[in-house]
Design a protein around this ligand. Structure first.
Ligand code: PMP
Length: 308
């Protein structure tokens, strides 16, 4: 077998981490009305399967650069799953170890993915939700700070900055600057904050719509009901022009419909964002609406498939 040096290959690659971002924008014609166009930013096309690849990569690269993450330390964070998959995949690609803390009721598929990428996963009481996982991650860090880089996606400014530098510019370019309304759910709120900040700089008249679960006890994985949970340090209430609260059942139904009528398989937080986008569309006469679909339905279903 002849040895082929990377210089002779036509594809220049440093590793998988380079594939994060540059996701497609897909038109959702079935949900439009005259005068209003609707596009979905399909974040399930990231290599780790979700939008969280973007902040995870920015957080890791910044920490390596500043010396906070070294080969002797493990990356530690609390995650509802997608960030954990992203950290685990990217850390494997870059040669670092990770410890993830998640509520025990996270999607079994995300748990299996984190473990398959080599992560150590610590599970916390599902009744305590994400706040329980955050408390445990803090405890672990405070007990042995020398062993970990605590990434803290809820407070780390690299999270919104990842979206300011990638998600926002991509949407601006893909819509040729015609976007009028931006719709996204909030978990850490990094997506909404960073993307909206960039798009607003380009178009100060942009309308930003924030999507939250309707109540404290909900089944929309990845989203936070801000009034009843720890408020992420990076969250700014005044970024959104409108706030729409969505019931879990409606989010699930919208994800199911999206798959049937457009062939797009989004997770339930995407279903929630779509539900909000449709409520918005009812209220406007013209515009170009962009909705974020953070991950794929395949993260949430296994074996049995849909309810249908
Ligand atoms: N949807 C899903 C499926 C997620 O995992 C997350 C991240 N928690 C979000 C939406 C919300 O994204 P952000 O943290 O950027 O607000």
């Amino acid at each position: 077998m002849t040895y082929v040096s990377s210089e002779v290959l036509t594809v220049k690659s440093q590793g998988l981490w380079e594939l994060v971002g540059n996701t497609p924008l897909v038109r959702l014609k079935s949900f439009e009305k005259p005068g209003v166009k609707l596009y979905a930013k399909c974040e399930m096309f990231n290599p780790g399967g979700s939008i969280k690849d973007r902040p995870a990569l920015r957080i890791i690269l910044d920490a390596i650069k500043s010396g906070k993450l070294t080969k002797e330390k493990k990356l530690l964070d609390a995650t509802s799953g997608n960030t954990g998959v992203a950290y685990s995949m990217l850390a494997a690609s870059l040669g670092y170890g990770v410890v993830m803390v998640s509520p025990a009721n996270i999607s079994p598929i995300k748990l299996a993915k984190m473990k398959a990428f080599g992560a150590e996963v610590i599970l916390t009481d599902p009744l305590e939700g994400m706040d329980g996982a955050i408390d445990r991650a803090r405890e672990i860090y405070e007990t042995s700070p020398e062993k970990y880089f605590y990434a803290d996606q809820y407070s780390n400014p690299a999270n919104p900055r990842a979206h300011y530098e990638s998600t926002g510019p991509e949407i601006w370019k893909q819509t040729k600057g015609l976007i009028t309304h931006f719709v996204a759910g909030v978990g850490t709120s990094g997506t909404l904050q960073g993307t909206a900040a960039f798009l607003r700089e380009k178009n100060p008249r942009l309308t930003v719509v924030e999507v939250q679960p309707e109540s404290e006890f909900h089944g929309i994985e990845g989203l936070k009901h801000m009034a009843s949970a720890y408020r992420p340090q990076i969250y700014r209430e005044d970024v959104a022009d409108m706030r729409i609260f969505v019931e879990t059942e409606k989010a699930v139904a919208a994800a199911e419909k999206l798959m049937l009528v457009e062939g797009v398989a989004a997770g339930y937080s995407g279903g929630a964002a779509l539900t909000a986008a449709l409520e918005l569309i009812e209220q406007i006469d013209e515009g170009v609406v962009v909705v974020i679909l953070p991950d794929s339905l395949s993260n949430h279903i296994s074996g049995g498939g849909h309810r249908r």
